[in-house]
Write a protein that binds this ligand. Structure first.
Ligand SMILES: O=P(O)(O)OC[C@H]1O[C@@H](O)[C@H](O)[C@@H](O)[C@@H]1O
Length: 256
């Protein structure tokens, strides 16, 4: 049983996107796997494969080039940083990140995006309250993903990887992007909630001393998210809707 949360007592609710609102963490995961495994085999044939464990440990939730750098460091591979304008063919941190981004966007264009139904239900519930909603995503693609899912207009602010770059904010696990989004919505961390599926994101919420950090377990593991600082862990956002407020059982007072 999930412990009940009095959502109306918070000023702002800050959502990570990939893996929290939309299942696009899986698309990111597949694109990273495709890119890193092709790269590793090309560089050192027979090298141990890049795995889902590598994703969760070094890449998940972080800005694009931080993920490349941190994974390569785990394999003692050093290549030049390059610049974000690097062509995907270049063997630089940015080139490899851009290679993965092409793979991600191909899937996005081909398959589109459908949000998790439980997340939409939770957003529907929050819309009945006087709370402000924001997205805080390391992804530069966040606005496109939200648009493709038809949810862009649900949020007052979207702090994407591009906004972080413009504002000079360090990415997750640093708390700065969440703190910034809270500020835009008129909330201090003590009046705001963070919802995250990635260890790096939960750590960011914890480091920022947010009032509540909700871990969403989509594969990182319940215990791992708790150890990273989540005060509550769920498998689906619909679990966060207080009893009696689900669309199946209309909110109290809704029929009056
Ligand atoms: O490369 P993008 O789209 O800017 O995304 C950066 C990161 O964004 C995060 O939301 C994802 O969890 C990561 O997998 C991804 O690498």
């Amino acid at each position: 049983m999930t412990r009940p949360v009095a959502w109306e007592t918070y000023t702002a609710i800050l959502f990570d996107l990939d893996g929290v609102i939309t299942p696009t963490a899986v698309v990111h995961m597949q694109a990273w796997e495709e890119m890193f495994n092709a790269y590793l085999q090309e560089k050192t044939p027979g090298a141990p494969a890049y795995t889902d464990q590598d994703y969760f440990a070094y890449v998940d939730g972080k800005p694009r080039y931080d993920g490349v750098r941190d994974f390569l460091a785990s394999r003692d591979i050093q290549i030049p940083e390059g610049t974000p304008e690097d062509a995907p063919e270049l063997e630089t941190v940015c080139g490899l990140g851009n290679r993965k981004n092409n793979a991600f966007n191909e899937v996005l264009e081909r398959d589109g995006v459908k949000a998790y139904p439980g997340s939409v239900k939770f957003l529907d519930y929050l819309t009945t309250l006087d709370v402000r909603l924001g997205v805080v995503s390391s992804s530069v693609n966040a606005p496109n993903v939200l648009k493709a899912a038809g949810l862009l207009d649900r949020f007052e602010t979207v702090v994407s990887g591009a906004v972080a770059d413009e504002q000079g904010l360090p990415g997750k696990p640093a708390p700065d992007t969440f703190v910034y989004a809270g500020k835009v919505l008129g909330a201090t961390p003590s009046g705001a909630v963070v919802l995250e599926d990635a260890v790096s994101g939960v750590r960011a919420g914890k480091a920022g001393e947010f009032a509540l950090v909700v871990g969403v377990d989509r594969g990182a593991g319940h215990d791992v998210l708790t150890a990273a600082g989540a005060s509550l862990v769920v498998s689906d956002l619909a679990e966060l809707i207080p009893d009696g407020h689900s669309p199946e059982s209309p909110a109290r007072g809704a029929q009056q």
